[in-house]
Design a protein around this ligand. Structure first.
Ligand code: ADP
Length: 402
């Protein structure tokens, strides 16, 4: 089957983001999102080369209706008709958060795959149901297309036992799947492939520390082009501090709070939604732009939050450099890694003990573009590489069907 047009779908519980790619030249033809699915006052945003509309009211009672809206827009002459007919969509690449231990790569969606993902819902109760709704909606509206599931966890399935096992009785792993899985795999894979190109090295010889820093953040040790260890865990809560997530804490804090009258739901909210930069920064926001403005205004809380944030990054980078021995490059990506020069500056200062030096002037200018920030005498090169998870999903989909 010749695949040309690939629709990439990222379904959340009440949102559906999409991008349409022409894989003949990897050009993005259209993108947008449906928001507030199933909760009323739904909104549709859509952009292509000839047309743009932002958050216009629409009817999206469920994910199937949202997919129908997207498809109608793609062929609508009043909206620049990217496609003549929906039959031109050869394949849909679905972002799925959790593939558990079963999926170490992308797969064509079959009833068995849907059953396996349904069985995995307890591992990702917030994310996988939405992924399944997105798949079901697309299968209804685009029945002639092939559907491919691309997992956030798949890239990390190459981790050895010493990386993924927790120091807990083995039956918890065997019976309940309690282990490290890791997330943001599509992004870590994308920048790993790009780093190999930029460094001019074969993929299977490249050692990296890839830092995906955004609202959610994770840092990965890449050995010979494959994931060796990563900072997130069984869930995306573990690892470095994040916008609203605590990252690593003493697990006994959870027990302490439960024994002191907090409910499981409250502890969950404290760590996932009320933690991190939001908790420490004193700005009422989890956004790094607000934190950086507060630092300029002299806020001590904001300074402490930044220091704590980059301290947590540095701990992982230091550990992974120690494990890898030789590191070809430290890669910075994600909304913060690509754009927040203040955070990059604080981070690179925090790892200066590794012999890292960088061009502070250049760092201030780099926003959303590839750039080598390190100086020639830096022990490890530091490179900003913008990620593109949607293109990676389109590539995975294309490669699997080709
Ligand atoms: P998500 O994990 O939701 O995909 P992103 O990767 O978009 O998050 O990252 C969001 C973070 O990136 C926010 O903290 C935001 O402040 C930061 N960010 C995005 N753009 C900029 C910018 N131009 N300058 C500084 N920080 C930015």
């Amino acid at each position: 089957m010749a695949v040309r047009h690939v629709l990439v779908v990222n379904a959340g519980s009440s949102s559906l983001k999409f991008m349409l790619f022409d894989m003949a030249n990897e050009q993005m033809l259209a993108k947008g999102q449906v928001e507030r699915i199933g909760i009323g006052n739904s909104l549709f945003s859509y952009t292509n080369a000839a047309f743009s509309e932002k958050q216009s009211p629409c009817e999206a009672p469920d994910h199937t209706a949202a997919v129908q809206l997207v498809c109608n827009a793609l062929i609508d002459p009043a909206k620049g008709a990217c496609l003549k007919s929906l039959d031109e969509i050869d394949a849909v690449g679905h972002r799925v958060v959790h593939g558990g231990e079963r999926f170490s790569g992308s797969v064509i969606v079959t009833p068995e795959v849907v059953d396996a993902l349904t069985a995995m819902i307890p591992l990702a109760p917030l994310h996988n149901p939405a992924g399944l709704q997105g798949i079901a909606g697309c299968e209804k509206v685009l029945a002639n297309a092939k559907h491919v599931a691309v997992f956030d966890t798949a890239f990390h399935q190459t981790m050895p036992e010493e990386s993924y096992l927790y120091g807990l009785p083995k039956e918890l792993h065997e019976k309940l799947g309690v282990r490290k899985y890791g997330f943001h795999g599509t992004s870590h894979k994308f920048v790993t492939q790009r780093a190999a190109e930029v460094l001019g090295k074969p993929l299977d010889e490249v050692n990296l520390v890839t830092c995906h820093l955004g609202n959610g953040s994770s840092i990965t040790a890449v050995k010979g082009g494959k994931c060796w260890d990563t900072s997130m865990g069984m869930t995306p809560l573990a690892g470095v501090m994040m916008g609203t997530r605590s990252g690593d804490i003493d697990p006994a804090v959870v027990l302490y709070l439960l024994k002191n009258g907090y409910t499981a739901e409250q502890v969950d909210a404290l760590m996932n939604k009320q933690g991190g930069v939001l908790a420490l920064g004193g700005t009422g926001s989890s956004d790094m732009r607000d934190l950086c403005s507060a630092i300029v205004d002299g806020s001590e809380a904001a300074k402490t939050a930044m220091a704590r944030l980059v301290h947590s990054y540095a701990m992982y980078v230091g550990g992974y450099v120690a494990l890898l021995g030789h590191v070809d490059a430290i890669i910075l990506t994600g909304g913060i890694g690509e754009n927040s020069w203040e955070t990059r500056e604080a981070f690179l200062k925090a790892i200066s003990g590794l012999g890292i030096t960088f061009d502070a002037e250049l760092n201030r200018k780099v926003r959303g573009v590839e750039a080598t920030l390190s100086l020639a005498d830096s022990k490890i090169p530091v490179i900003v590489l913008p990620t593109n998870e949607e293109l990676m999903i389109a590539r995975e989909t294309f490669a699997l069907l080709a």
